[in-house]
Design a protein around this ligand. Structure first.
Ligand SMILES: Cc1ncc(COP(=O)(O)O)c(C=O)c1O
Length: 392
């Protein structure tokens, strides 16, 4: 067992050796620029990018020409939101999103507000879900975009995507879904789900860091975006810059493997996750956050009562790698805004942790994690009641 046991797959995943193998030639032998049209080095790279485009499209039920490669989900989100906002020529422009979105969405929306746009941040209930009624009520004549994440990175909560899409369509509003945590983990299909713009990232699905994609619907409706990076007109003029061929090849194979393995892998990780939850609930005064919502199969967010959260994560550190909230905000002392929006008390938020299993997690990892956490929780509770003596 590799120590510390890695339980933070929502932050990032290791590159699958099969993915790495496919990428390697594109760093050296096959180093061509995919935009070079006059020799075989370029053609070879272009062909590899075409295959990857197809692999990504297949995983989400899209057409290859609807895939725009980016440097990751953050860039894809920026392109989608700013690209729609800039492209629509009307005086007042309004966007609807949710207060539990990733910072990539929230901070981009803040930018839109600075540009004079208006943004509604929908609240969520105690299970982290938006109300469809709230969504309908928030729509105005000026609403140009609805942006709701597919699944949350801290809790795994899956939003009612098809219902949201139906509402967006009824009002002729574009629907963007940040599906960074959902793609490759559960079945996501832009056609049946009714999504117009969708973002994904390779490093959450056993591909490399620094590469992702934006799905841009080509018909019913054809979505137009204003590019946010100008240059050579790559990616159908939506995102200029020499393509990261090895990264894109890696993203393609990460998608290919996720498609092939999803059903089997889901069964395996959900069994690990459920066993982990059941074992920890035995400790009492333990709560699974958003327990009643539909959640991603591989992760859980758990509050432990009567412990010192800060100490717990520190004490577990040499055995286990997990986190408080998202990797982007875990360094700050600010309590999770996702759990806060769900109505959790500050104390409970402080004692809540995200555990996310993955392709390389084993039963042994789960057993070890349960053992370590149970020991620390019991120790903290004992110290609370009896002062600083070891538990016997
Ligand atoms: C839900 C969600 N959206 C967006 C991102 C940003 O992805 P990237 O790291 O590819 O920019 C992440 C990753 O942290 C995420 O979890």
């Amino acid at each position: 067992m590799k120590q510390p046991v890695y339980l933070d797959n929502n932050a990032t995943t290791p590159v699958d050796p099969r993915v790495l193998q496919e990428m390697l030639p594109y760093f050296s032998d096959k180093f061509g620029n995919a935009a070079s049209r006059t020799h075989s080095y370029g053609w070879e790279a272009e062909e590899a990018v075409d295959i990857a485009r197809e692999q990504v499209a297949t995983l989400i039920g899209a057409h290859p020409q609807e895939i725009v490669f980016t440097s990751g989900a953050t860039e894809a989100i920026n392109l989608a939101i700013k690209g729609v906002f800039d492209n629509i020529d009307q005086q007042e422009k309004h966007i609807i999103t949710v207060c539990t979105e990733h910072k990539a969405v929230l901070d981009t929306c803040k930018h839109i507000e600075r540009l004079g746009g208006t943004v509604t941040y929908l609240p969520v209930n105690s299970n982290g879900l938006i109300s469809l009624e709230d969504l309908e009520n928030a729509i105005t004549d000026h609403t140009v975009l609805i942006s709701v994440m597919y699944a949350n990175n801290e809790t795994g909560v899956i939003q009612p995507i098809r219902e949201i899409a139906t509402i967006a369509k009824k009002h002729n509003i574009l629907f963007l879904s940040d599906a960074t945590q959902a793609v490759g983990k559960i079945s996501v299909n832009v056609q049946t789900d009714g999504i117009d713009l969708l973002t994904l990232s390779a490093h959450k699905i056993y591909g490399p860091k620094g590469v992702g994609a934006l799905y841009v619907r080509k018909k019913n409706p054809a979505v137009s975006l204003t590019a946010q990076i100008d240059g050579g007109g790559h990616e159908r003029n939506m995102r200029s810059g020499t393509l990261n061929v090895p990264g894109i090849v890696g993203l393609g194979w990460a998608c290919e493997i996720a498609s092939a393995d999803m059903v089997r892998e889901n069964k395996r990780v959900i069994a690990l996750r459920n066993a982990f939850e059941v074992e920890l609930l035995v400790l009492q005064d333990v709560e699974i956050n958003a327990e009643d919502a539909r959640r991603l199969p591989h992760c859980t967010n758990i509050s432990f009562g009567q412990v010192d959260g800060e100490k717990l994560i520190f004490e577990a550190g040499s055995d286990l790698a997990f986190s408080r909230s998202s990797a982007c905000t875990s360094a700050t002392l600010e309590p999770s805004y996702v759990l806060k929006a769900m109505g959790l008390s500050d104390e409970r938020i402080h004692n809540s942790f995200r555990f996310s299993f993955g392709r390389f997690s084993t039963e042994e990892d789960v057993n070890h994690a349960v053992l370590v956490i149970s020991r620390i929780v019991k120790q903290h509770r004992h110290e609370r009641n009896h002062g600083h003596h070891p538990v016997v």
